[in-house]
Write a protein that binds this ligand. Structure first.
Ligand code: ADP
Ligand code: MG
Length: 252
């Protein structure tokens, strides 16, 4: 059982304050969705949780299992079991997917055998309906938007995190890939019972991955929390909190 807790977090980038007194707590077995307009700080939140040094914590704390991790390097956070599927997965030339994943797994478990690695990657590539060649290509090199997103889910399966952030994992996916990604995230969830934080704009992903909590984020903070019924209201009314219904819980 793990807990990721974000307490009164204020974060700036290039002297601009993005997150403002942000609060959130997610536990193993819980699925949280964050929805909110563009530019509100959702990707900033996900990157600061992973320890991206471009983002400066001005105030507040990030705790993993009650240990403050504000200054912990990204690779140590990954070793704790934190994982981020990027909104825009970067292309890294010259490092193959297989080499990268092998190194990442070794970072967590140096006794992981090559034979087991090959078996595991082949099984997962097949399960995700990915092209086998992709294992040997440079990370995301020449991958389409949808292939990149699947590659993030492949990384998730290979690294077996306990706390997962998926930043707009649905963007750039056609309906079939969306189903494959949605179903595979749920399959992983049912097996490992991780904590999941989903950042999305659309109901369609949440038809596969059913959130326990839905948060609306605006201007760097959560302004409303509800259950999955909040999603259909957002689809209907947008993010105008005056129009959003009464079955919502005020945060704070
Ligand atoms: P969202 O994911 O909700 O659309 P982001 O977290 O990507 O929002 O961005 C929030 C704000 O922070 C935006 O105004 C964006 O331009 C700014 N921002 C995010 N990252 C950087 C960065 N590395 N450098 C400069 N500005 C950034
Ligand atoms: Mg974003």
């Amino acid at each position: 059982m793990h807990t990721l807790k974000i307490k009164d977090l204020t974060v700036s980038v290039e002297n601009k304050t993005i997150l403002k007194n942000f609060n959130l707590e997610i536990k193993s077995g819980e699925i949280h969705a964050i929805m909110g307009p563009n530019g509100t700080g959702k990707s900033t939140l996900s990157k600061v949780i992973m320890g991206d040094s471009n983002y400066k914590v001005e105030k507040g704390n990030i705790y993993f299992d009650d240990k403050e991790i504000n200054n912990m390097p990204t690779d140590e956070r990954a070793r704790l079991g934190l994982f981020l599927g990027y909104q825009m997965p970067p292309e890294i030339e010259g490092v193959s997917n297989a080499d990268f994943l092998r190194a990442a797994i070794h970072n967590k478990d140096e006794n992981f055998k090559l034979y087991d690695f090959i078996k595991k990657i082949n099984t997962n590539v097949e399960q995700l309906s990915m092209d086998k060649q992709m294992i040997h290509r440079g990370i995301n090199e020449g991958f389409s938007g949808g292939e990149r997103k699947k590659n993030e889910i492949l990384q998730m399966y290979m690294l077996e995190p306990n706390t997962i952030i998926l930043d707009e994992i649905d963007s750039g996916l056609d309906v079939d890939s969306l189903r494959v990604v949605g179903e595979n995230v749920m399959k992983y969830y049912e097996k490992e019972k991780p904590a999941i934080l989903l950042i999305t704009h659309y109901q369609r992903l949440l038809d596969y991955i059913k959130p326990d909590y839905v948060h609306i984020m605006k201007e760097g903070a959560i302004v409303k929390t509800g259950d999955k019924n909040l999603v259909s209201e957002i689809e209907k009314y947008g993010y105008d909190d005056k129009k959003l219904g009464t079955n919502v819980v005020e945060e704070n």
